[in-house]
Design a binder for this molecule. Sequence first.
Ligand SMILES: [Zn+2]
Length: 315
Amino acid sequence: MLDDNPDTPPDTPPDTPAILASYIICPSCGYCLAGLPVSGSCPECGKPCAEAVVPDSIYAAGPAYVSRVASGASLVLLSYYILIISIIVTFLLMIFAGRLGAMTGSGAGPMAGMLLGMAIYGLAIISSGIIRLIGWIRATTPDPALGRNTRTEKHRGTVRAMAITIFSLQAVQFVCTLIPFAGMLLWLAQFVCGIIMYVAVTAYIREIGRRIPNAALVRTARRVRVTALWTLMVSFVLFVILMLLFWISANTTSPPSSLADVYLGFAIVDAVIGGLVLLLLYFRVLGRFAKAMKAAKENAMAIHRSALSSPPPAA
Ligand SMILES: [Zn+2]
C-alpha cells in the first residue's frame, strides 16, 4: 500500500519539517501521509502534501479525543431526530385517536389519544434535551494537545456554556409552565441564548473543519453562518414592519381596517418560515459535522494502529 518514495525530497524551507508526522492525513482522500516529504504529493490522489499540514491538527491528541468529539456530534444529531420523530408520532396519534373516537361514537378515543400523544411528546422532549446536553459536552471536549488561548478554545467554551444554559432554561420552563410571565421571559432568554449558540456552533465546527482538515465542512459551516445571519436579519426586519403595519391598521382607524388580520397573518408566516430555514441550515451543518467527525475518528484509529505497528520515522 505505502509507496516508497524513491525521489530525494527537494529543498524545503528550514522552518517546516521535511518529513510529515505520524498523524498527517490527506485532506481529500484520507490517506495517511506519515513519513512522506512535505514537498511531495499524496500517493493515492496526488494532492500536494503541504496542504495536509494544518496548525493544531485534531489528530495530534490521539484517537480518544477524536472519538469523544465524534460521539458527541452523533448524539446531538440523534437528539434532533428523536424530537422530529416524536412530533410526527404525536401528530399521527392524535389524528388516529380522533378517528377511532369518532368511529366508536365515544369521547374516550380522542381524549386517550391526546393524553398518550402529550405523554410521548413530553418524554421525547426530556430525553432529547438530556441526550443533546450530553452530546454537546462530549463534542466540546477540550483538546489536550491544544493551548488554552486558541480560537477553538473560545468557541468551544461558548458552545458548552450555551448548551448548559439552554438546557437549564428548558428544564426550568418545563417545571414552571404554569407561570405565564416567567414563561415568556424564559422564551426570550432561550431565543437570545439560541442565537449566541448558533453563531458559536458554526464557528466551532468551522475551526474543527480547518483542523481535520476538511475543506467541505469549513465551507458548509461558513455558508450556514452567513445564510443564517441574513435570514435572521431579513425575517426580523420584515416581522417588525408587519407588526407595525398591523398595529397602525388596528388602532388608527375605526372600525379597525380589515388589513390588520392580513398583516398579522403575514408576520406569523414570516416568523415560521424564518425559523424553519434557520433549523434546516442548523441540521445541515450538524449533519455534516457528525459525518466529518465519523470519518476523522476512523482516520485517528488508522493512525493509531499504524503508529503501533511501525516504528516512528527518524526525523
Ligand atoms: Zn490523497
